[in-house]
Design a protein around this ligand. Structure first.
Ligand code: HEC
Length: 298
């Protein structure tokens, strides 16, 4: 079949640099997003690391107590001493009375420990200078509010679809995989993105759907990684590795003209383990020649 597009490896170096720059930057972005998830949702159950409980608490809520209490034992634990947290929780359990607020010294703790972040200039988090906003958090913890879900949903849908637009566009020039696999890889993140957003709302309604949050999130990450790795490898390694290079040896050995995707992954792994050094040498050489060429041309 003749291709109607320019394969990744045949793009001009400036375009490859542009694609690579974009991929590396969104790759970093993805890592920071994962860290962010670990530090906000991951702490919801008071223990570091993401679990099903974290997801249930974040979206459905931990209905056996109040938001303030759970935050003081979870994400906000580090912001006050054990004694201060104990006093605050006691005040909440005694009904979070406005008179007791001053009398029990809770106001002082909040002013000293919390308002530096929880004030009128912070967006998206409650302002504790207003007693009503603090009071609102002393009722049953029913997880994410509809307002916050709406906000995060639209930001994610707009933002992430853009990321996958460009990652998918770059990957669409790849030739390692068949058209069929390419369609799946490019379409999958959108399906997972919709499933992910939907799963937040479903988990808000019933905790059973927490597994869907994990599943959709992982699906999105896997499709991202697949497109990322394939694109980078094809741009900078394709020719010598797969056609007349190291990879071709494995292809011949296996007597196959049209290797499956599993074969290609195996080849990649074998190549990495056995040939890491020559590849690094070749890569350095290649980069240097490209750079030299770039500066000599003018
Ligand atoms: C360093 C800044 C900072 C400090 C100090 C801080 N918070 Fe927070 N707080 C945040 C941020 C950011 C969020 C939202 C993200 C999250 O849930 O982790 C938040 C969320 C919360 C929430 C959940 C709000 C909601 O709408 O669900 C509660 C409750 C809370 N904080 C209580 C406290 C209390 C009580 C203190 C003082 C002991 C405190 N925070 C100190 C930054 C801070």
């Amino acid at each position: 079949m003749t291709t109607k597009y320019t394969p990744l490896k045949d793009h001009d170096t400036p375009i490859k640099v542009l694609f690579t720059g974009y991929l590396c930057t969104v790759g970093m972005g993805y890592l920071f997003a994962l860290m962010q998830i670990l530090f906000t949702h991951g702490m919801a159950d008071g223990k570091f690391g993401l679990s099903i409980d974290d997801i249930v608490y974040s979206y459905y809520g931990n209905r056996s107590g109040t938001v303030l209490e759970h935050q003081l034992n979870g994400g906000m634990k580090a912001n006050a001493s054990a004694q201060e947290r104990f006093n605050m929780i006691e005040w909440v359990r005694n009904g979070a009375d406005e008179e007791d607020y001053k009398k029990d010294g809770i106001e002082k703790i909040i002013e000293e420990r919390c308002v530096m972040c929880h004030n009128e200039t912070a967006s998206g988090i409650p302002n504790f200078k207003k007693f009503e906003q603090l009071k609102a958090l002393t009722t049953e913890d029913s997880g994410a509010t509809f307002a916050s879900l709406t906000r995060v949903s639209h930001i994610h849908l707009f933002g992430i679809s853009f990321i996958f637009m460009f990652v998918g566009l770059i990957f669409s020039f790849a030739e390692t995989t068949t058209v069929q696999y390419k369609c799946i890889a490019i379409g999958m993140p959108y399906a997972f993105l919709l499933a992910d957003i939907l799963s937040w709302w479903l988990t808000k309604i019933h905790p059973m759907f927490a597994w869907l949050v994990i599943f959709a999130g992982m699906g999105m990450a896997v499709s991202f990684m697949f497109m990322w790795v394939t694109s980078i490898l094809e741009m900078w390694l394709f020719k010598p590795v797969f056609i007349d290079g190291i990879g071709a040896r494995y292809l011949q050995r296996r007597d196959s003209t049209e290797p499956s995707i599993v074969d290609r992954l195996l080849i990649g792994l074998k190549m990495l383990s056995e040939q890491a050094k020559p590849v690094a040498v070749w890569l350095m050489d290649r980069v240097l020649t490209e750079l030299k060429g770039l500066f000599n041309k003018k």
